[in-house]
Every structure is written in structure tokens, then in C-alpha cells.
Design a protein around this ligand. Structure first.
Ligand SMILES: C=C(OP(=O)(O)O)C(=O)O
Ligand SMILES: [Mg+2]
Length: 573
């Protein structure tokens, strides 16, 4: 038997391929005195030449696969390598102080980095500091003869192994070659998992130790449905995994038949199945999977994918593309949700003890109000191209909602005064992802047009269990009666005011949660596009009156999440 690791199945599908280790190698060294400073300068020059060659190749690949704009970041890296002032200073340091090339380089670049980073109100220089850091790492890797991973250069079938993947790492993965990925940390709702589902790359996260259990090029079999990873699988084990893949493909073919069908329960009640997207490119997946709306457009990716603050026009084009691409179907655009695990290179945020409880999302927008108003104007201008709904993230208090809404109204009035066309039926709603807002949903319901429950965060804040931390993942309980009660209160409060309630957290596409949410009367379910058809198939088999009875019992009679799961099984057999 081969070694088997169990993690959390984060994106459906299977793969058998060899491992590609996407991990930071050890680049430590000691400072030494050298006699032959000329020899050190030659070592430095050779390493600079190799780094230049490598970055040029990466740049070409990035231009071909990601586009010229994305590739330009590497031009900045090449400029650092060719900067005579910087290189000259490193050479003088070697010659004057008789130190090895690694430490001479590090001392000089550290000085520049500190200087540039201290220019806090100059995002351009802050970015240069990040470029110098990157380049220094690469040159040191050549001086030490250690290989740095280059995920964008992958050109054969592999399974990527990493401690964690940032959203930008994930975006760089080429679906043609990356057959799956496996990480140490993360849960079903971490952003790498969400991206994996939208890219349709099978993934297992939260294995705790994959980076220590596997070496480069080792054969792996990954099952993203069960969360199993087999190291050096036998022929039989490979056959089992491949068979699971075939069964999954057959089931998927059945679901695909529902692409143009209505979403109705066995007793004829309609629910709206919407998709979560990160970029206009994801619309293809939404339409291929029969999405009835976009229930969450995470606009922060627009900011994260850009080397600088995206202009009003660039944002307008993206929002217009999504509205037009949905042909008049509703599109809920969430204003940017930066912070937590999502960073912007040009908006340095202070290091936080508890980033998920810190300065993020609407909290930033209300302070950086130029940035926020730019986004609001771009949205308002795009509103005439479809059915736009605007949603604010991480709202804790009514005062925050009113402040954000006031800015929106002001920008709208200004645009109209300037003769710009703006739709007059834009709904404005909020995410319910902070327990404080869920508890007084009845108050919010009087002022907003809709709610969308963000369970990814709502569960972590209610249970005080970090959504990224696999050690407390046992507490991350979507079916806990406490969570169900909050959701019920939110839905009932919306309905009491004649408003609608949706859900855009991952729970909306969770096959155990769907029967409960149908029973609670949730109006709109927004999920990874790849979950839509299986949910439509499930709903077809449910009776809404029976599910209402299930939800009632789950909330009133069950003490634990486990009891709720057992009850759902009983009701859906
Ligand atoms: C949809 C949500 O937002 P995000 O996952 O982007 O934090 C959520 O919190 O449920
Ligand atoms: Mg959230």
C-alpha cells in the first residue's frame, strides 16, 4: 500500500500526475570575508546574467499566456538587474569590504528597499521595493545554485504541491498542464479553493503535511471529491482513482442536461441559481453551467490583478462586460473586499494581529473614499448595460451602510447633473457576514433592497474559528443550529419587508445545506458556477413543504451539527 494523505476535497475531479513543488527553497547564507574579490565580482556577474536570462524567458511566457500587460511587471525586474547604480554599489561593496557576493548584494538591496518602503505616500516607489526584493531573491538563488519554482513556466502535466496558494499564484496556473493542486493549509472556503472550483482544477487543501510527504517528480493520485492524495500509487490504486474520475464525468454529463432547465423543486417552487465570479472571463463558465444570474462579482480581483489602482474607465469596461455578458439577467457586484487574505501591492496596509478582524473591505472604502467613489462611478456608468445590483461587503453597523449609500447617492447625483445616463432601478444591498448585522437584520431590512449571506465569513465569526486554519476546521460548522438560526432570522427579516435574501457563501452550493436552505425559503443561491447543475439536479428531487418541516426541526429540535446532518439524510433519502 502506498502512503495516503487525507485533506479536504476542495474542487471536484481527479488527477494522476507527477508532483511539482511550489515551495520557497532555503536561501540562507552566511557573510564571509574573501581574498579574491575579483572572483566574487565574476560570480555576481554570472548570477546577474543567469537571472536576466531566466526573467526574460518568464516574461515571454507571461506575454504569450497572460497578455502583454501582465508581462510588464517583469520589465521592472529586468530594469533592476540592469541598474548601474545598484550593480555598481554591490561591486564596490565586494571590492572595498572583501565580502562574499551574497552578503554584498543583500546589504545594498536592503538599503534601497528600506529607503523605498519608507516613502509611504509613494506607491510607485513601494512597488519598486517589492521588485528589488523579488530580483534579489532570484540572484541569490543563482549564487547559491538553488532552484526557485516558476509556476508560470510549467509546460508538462503536473500536480502542484504548496503550503498555500495565493490568489495570484492560482491565477497563474495553466489549466492545460496543472491537473490538480494540493496544499498544507486552507479549507473549502479559502480563496485558493474557490479559484480552483472556478478554474475547474481538482484540488485538495488542508492536508497539513503534503510539502513534507512528497518530493519533486514523485507520482501522485489526487481525488478532489474525497480529499484523498496517494503518494506513488500502485497500478491498482491509479485504476481506482481513474474510475472515480470516470464516474464523476458520467454524473457531470447527466447534470449537463439541465443546463437550460428551470430550477424548480419537485412541487414546482422556483429558486434562483446564480454564480460567483472573480473576473469577466468567468462568464463563460456561468453561461456554460446555466447560471440564472451573477450573485457575487468579487471586484477585488480587478484591483489585485492590476499593477496600480484600476482607473474609472478600466473598471467601467469590466462591469459593462459582465452586465452585457449576462444579457439583462441580474448581476450583483460587490464593492472591493481587500484585506483579510487579499492584498494590494499599491495599497500597503499595516501588519495586523488579526487580519480578518481588521481593516478590510468597506472599512477601507469608507476611509479611502476617492478609491471608493471611483468604483461607485464606474458602476453607475455601467448600470445602463444590464440589471445591476450593488452590494457592500463586511457591513457591521447601519451607520456604515448609510455612509456608503450616501456616497453612492452623491456620485449618482453628480453623474446625472453632468448628463451621464444612470439606471434608475439599481438595487443596493449588503452582505450579511458579520453576526452583529445578522442579529439586527430586521433593522437593516427596512433600508436595504436585499441581503446576501456570506457564510464563509459569517461562520468563522460566529464560531470564532478561522476559515483558513485546518486545526480549527472541526468548528467550522455550516449546519450548527446557531448558524441556521441566524440565517433564518436574516431570511425572515428580508421577507417581512418585502425584500429578497440570497446567499453567496460556499454553503449555498453545499449539497447537505441546500435542502435546509430550500426549507428556510432562501430566494437566491449563488455558488461556484461548477456547482450550479448538481444543485439544480438536487432541487428537482426536493419537496419544499417537506424541506420546511426539516428546517424547522433542525432549528428547534437538533442540538448539534451532527444531529442536523443525520436529519437531512433522513429527509432526503
Ligand atoms: C462570499 C463571501 O465573501 P468572501 O468569500 O469573498 O469573503 C463570504 O464571506 O461568504
Ligand atoms: Mg466574506
Amino acid at each position: 500500500m502506498s502512503e495516503m494523505l487525507k485533506g479536504i476535497g476542495a474542487s471536484d475531479g481527479v488527477a494522476v500526475a507527477k508532483a511539482y513543488m511550489l515551495i520557497e527553497p532555503d536561501l540562507s547564507f552566511t557573510k564571509t570575508t574573501v581574498e579574491d574579490s575579483e572572483g566574487e565580482v565574476s560570480r555576481l556577474k554570472a548570477a546577474l546574467a543567469k537571472a536576466t536570462e531566466e526573467i526574460t524567458a518568464i516574461r515571454e511566457k507571461a506575454a504569450a499566456t497572460l497578455g502583454e500587460e501582465e508581462a510588464q511587471v517583469f520589465d521592472a525586474h529586468l530594469m533592476v538587474l540592469a541598474d548601474p547604480e545598484m550593480v555598481g554599489a554591490v561591486e564596490s561593496n565586494i571590492n572595498d569590504n572583501k565580502v562574499n557576493a551574497e552578503s554584498a548584494l543583500k546589504e545594498v538591496t536592503d538599503m534601497f528597499i528600506t529607503m523605498f518602503e519608507s516613502m509611504e505616500d509613494n506607491p510607485y516607489m513601494q512597488e519598486r521595493a517589492a521588485d528589488i526584493k523579488d530580483v534579489t531573491k532570484r540572484v541569490i538563488s543563482h549564487l547559491l545554485n538553488v532552484k526557485l519554482p516558476n509556476p508560470s513556466m510549467i509546460d508538462e502535466e503536473v500536480i502542484v504541491i504548496a503550503h498555500d496558494l495565493t490568489p495570484s499564484d492560482t491565477a497563474q496556473l495553466d489549466r492545460r498542464f496543472v491537473k490538480a493542486f494540493v496544499t498544507n493549509i486552507g479549507g473549502r472556503t479559502s480563496h485558493s479553493a474557490i479559484m480552483a472550483r472556478s478554474l475547474e482544477i481538482p484540488a485538495v487543501v488542508g492536508t497539513m503535511e503534503i510539502t513534507n510527504s512528497v518530493v519533486e517528480d514523485q507520482l501522485l493520485a489526487v481525488n478532489g471529491i474525497t480529499g484523498e492524495v496517494i503518494v506513488e500509487p500502485t497500478e491498482e490504486e491509479q485504476a481506482v482513482v481513474n474510475k472515480a474520475g470516470e464516474e464523476y464525468a458520467a454524473m457531470k454529463a447527466e447534470w449537463d442536461k439541465l443546463k437550460d432547465a428551470q430550477t424548480v423543486t419537485a412541487d414546482g417552487k422556483h429558486f434562483e441559481l446564480a454564480a460567483n465570479i472573480g473576473t469577466p472571463k468567468d462568464l463563460e463558465g456561468v453561461n456554460n453551467n446555466g447560471g440564472e444570474a451573477v450573485g457575487l462579482y468579487r471586484t477585488e480581483f480587478l484591483y489585485m490583478d492590476s499593477p496600480e489602482l484600476p482607473s474609472e474607465d478600466a473598471q467601467f469596461e469590466a462591469y459593462k462586460a459582465v452586465l452585457e455578458g449576462m444579457n439583462g439577467k441580474p448581476v450583483v457586484v460587490r464593492t472591493m473586499d481587500i484585506g483579510g487574505d487579499k492584498e494590494l501591492p499599491y495599497l500597503p496596509l499595516p501588519h495586523e494581529m488579526n487580519p480578518f478582524l481588521g481593516y478590510r473591505a468597506l472599512r477601507i472604502s469608507l476611509v479611502e473614499d476617492d478609491m471608493f467613489r471611483t468604483q461607485l462611478r464606474a458602476l453607475l456608468r455601467a448600470s445602463v448595460y444590464g440589471q445591476l445590483r450593488i452590494m457592500f461587503p463586511m457591513v457591521a453597523t447601519l451607520k456604515e451602510f448609510r455612509a456608503a449609500k450616501a456616497m453612492l447617492d452623491e456620485e449618482k447625483a453628480k453623474l446625472i447633473a453632468d448628463g451621464v445616463a444612470v439606471a434608475d432601478d439599481i438595487q443596493v444591498g449588503i452582505m450579511i457576514e458579520i453576526p452583529a448585522a445578522a442579529v439586527i437584520a430586521d433593522k437593516f431590512a427596512k433600508e436595504v433592497d436585499f441581503f446576501s449571506v456570506g457564510t464563509n465569513d459569517l461562520i468563522q465569526y460566529t464560531m470564532a474559528a478561522d476559515r483558513m486554519n485546518e486545526r480549527v476546521s472541526y468548528l467550522y460548522q455550516p449546519y450548527n443550529p446557531s448558524i441556521l438560526r441566524l440565517i433564518k432570522h436574516v431570511i425572515d427579516s428580508a421577507h417581512a419587508e418585502g425584500k429578497w435574501a440570497g446567499m453567496c457563501g460556499e454553503m449555498a452550493g453545499d449539497q447537505t445545506a441546500v435542502p435546509l436552505l430550500v426549507g428556510l425559503g432562501l430566494d437566491e443561491f449563488s455558488m461556484s458556477a461548477t456547482s450550479i447543475l448538481k444543485t439544480r439536479s438536487l432541487m428537482k428531487r426536493l419537496d419544499s413543504t417537506k424541506m420546511a418541516e426539516l428546517a424547522d426541526k433542525a432549528i428547534n429540535d437538533c442540538d448539534t451539527a451532527e444531529e442536523v446532518v443525520a436529519l437531512v439524510e433522513e429527509y432526503t433519502q
